[in-house]
Write a protein that binds this ligand. Structure first.
Ligand code: SF4
Ligand code: SF4
Length: 443
């Protein structure tokens, strides 16, 4: 059967050969962790511990009463040495709980495995998701308990497990599917049970044949599960493109959501983390990340404790092979550039990418030659050249009328542009202005 796909998008070099065959290893045992009180979509947490207090692995150190939020937990045992603003990988400084490890990694006594999935009610699973601080590990870090609680009147009939991992370089989800397919399936079934959904589809790009095979085998005993093979194309892992490719359904423009077309999407890393929380009782205190790029001495897929400094992760991988000119949290298309390595791994850290100067240098933009390649590449059916032109001229209302807010900042247009126009950057500026005006109107 032909692999499923969507219109638009770009073919990008994968660069996954650096790590795709490397088994997941346990990462560094940090001497100090920095747990930001905001590392998810929604309200930041308030600290629930005090400076000087001893904490154990899995103990809650921050929480919020807001519906859209997720508690944060200690990933090491030791002493809280500070609660203060610290640099955050998404920019600026954020209040964080700093814990000095005692080297024991002692687990809190209340951390206990939950009963078998068959014996848990949907409400018990939702409570576990909330209390474990579970968020989407694909990057957006949206609280999972909220995602599996659709508003009244929204009927969800399909759950998609996103194993596309379409960003170049990243291989953490790939390795989870190859090495832990049964756990990924257990987490997927738990999420489906919480939602009350009877059909689940694991979606994998066709450049991961070993993952496809492993997931087909693991889903075989479960008649409600199937595997869909998607054509390798960027941004196949974007929710809207995945839904279109696999189900043929169109998610309405913003504020439309997948649940408007009866779908919830979650990624492979999240399903695996849900299974871990069920079988060990441990909240979300660690995750698998890919550490990669030409400047890393020993690229790796690592299980890393949340709060571990990027510098410790790079040291664990043998340090630099050569001095990096660019450090990115995530992949090269949608990742976040970093100023240095002093920030911590957070729940949304899918990878750490270190690039040399030749890959990092922004080329000098040339005038637009009106080739139309950005239009062909845009998976949202937008006109990036016009959006960017309006943004550069400060004509934000015209950019708004051309649906600038539909842009998901995937970077396909900038990637394909032969004139190296900074299209996404310009569109981002327009979106920020439009959003500011919308917020002002609502006040
Ligand atoms: S791809 Fe670049 S050069 Fe071609 S139309 Fe778009 S902005 Fe212009
Ligand atoms: S306009 Fe936005 S959605 Fe379209 S290709 Fe560019 S970044 Fe992606």
């Amino acid at each position: 059967m032909a692999a499923k796909t969507f219109s638009g998008g770009v073919q990008v070099p994968h660069y996954k050969e650096l790590t795709e065959h490397l088994p997941i290893r346990e990462g560094p045992r940090p001497t100090e962790v920095v747990i930001p009180l905001s590392q998810h979509t929604g309200a930041p947490c308030e600290p629930t511990v005090r400076r000087g207090e001893r904490v154990l692995v899995g103990q809650k150190v921050g929480d919020s009463e807001a519906f859209v939020s997720a508690p944060v937990h200690a990933s090491v045992s030791g002493k809280v040495v500070a609660i203060e603003p610290r640099p955050h990988p998404l920019g600026g400084e954020v209040l964080a709980v700093v814990i000095e490890s005692d080297g024991e990694f002692a687990v809190h006594p209340e951390v206990k495995p939950l009963g078998p999935l068959e014996e848990l009610s949907p409400e018990q699973i939702k409570r576990m998701l909330r209390e474990s601080g579970m968020v989407g590990l694909g990057g957006a870090a949206f609280p999972t308990a909220v995602k599996v609680s659709p508003p009244e009147g929204k009927h969800i009939d399909v759950f998609l497990l996103n194993g596309a991992e379409c960003e170049p370089y990243l291989t953490a989800d790939h390795r989870l599917m190859v090495e832990h397919p049964e756990d990924v399936v257990l987490g997927m079934r738990a999420l489906m049970k919480a939602l009350g959904v009877g059909r689940g589809i694991v979606c994998v790009e066709d450049n991961k044949p070993d993952a496809i095979e492993a997931m087909k085998k693991a889903t075989m005993p479960h008649s409600e599960l199937e595997v869909a093979v998607c054509r390798t194309k960027y941004p196949q892992g974007s929710e809207k493109q995945l839904i279109k490719a696999v189900l043929g359904r169109e998610v309405p423009p913003p504020p439309g959501l997948p649940l408007d077309v009866g779908v919830v999407v979650n990624n492979v890393g999240t399903a695996w983390a849900v299974a871990r929380a069920l079988t060990t009782g441990l909240p979300l205190v660690e995750r698998v990340i890919t550490v990669t790029g030409p400047c890393v001495a020993q690229p790796a897929n690592l299980l890393v404790r949340i709060g571990t400094p990027f510098s410790s992760v790079v040291d664990f991988c043998g340090g630099f092979a050569s001095a990096p000119a660019k450090i990115i949290m995530g992949g090269p298309m949608m990742g976040v550039a970093q100023r240095g390595l002093e920030v911590p791994v957070i729940k949304g850290t899918s990878g750490l990418l270190l690039l040399p100067e030749e890959d990092a240098l922004a080329q000098q933009p040339q005038p637009c030659i009106r080739c139309g390649r950005c239009v062909e590449a845009c998976p949202m059916g937008l006109l990036p050249l016009l959006l960017a032109a309006y943004a550069e001229q400060g004509r934000f209302e015209e950019a708004e009328s051309l649906r600038a807010l539909n842009c998901m900042e995937c970077g396909s247009c900038s990637y394909i542009c032969p004139a190296r126009r900074p299209l996404v950057h310009a569109i981002r500026v327009a979106k920020a202005d439009i959003m500011a005006r919308l917020r002002a109107r609502r006040k």
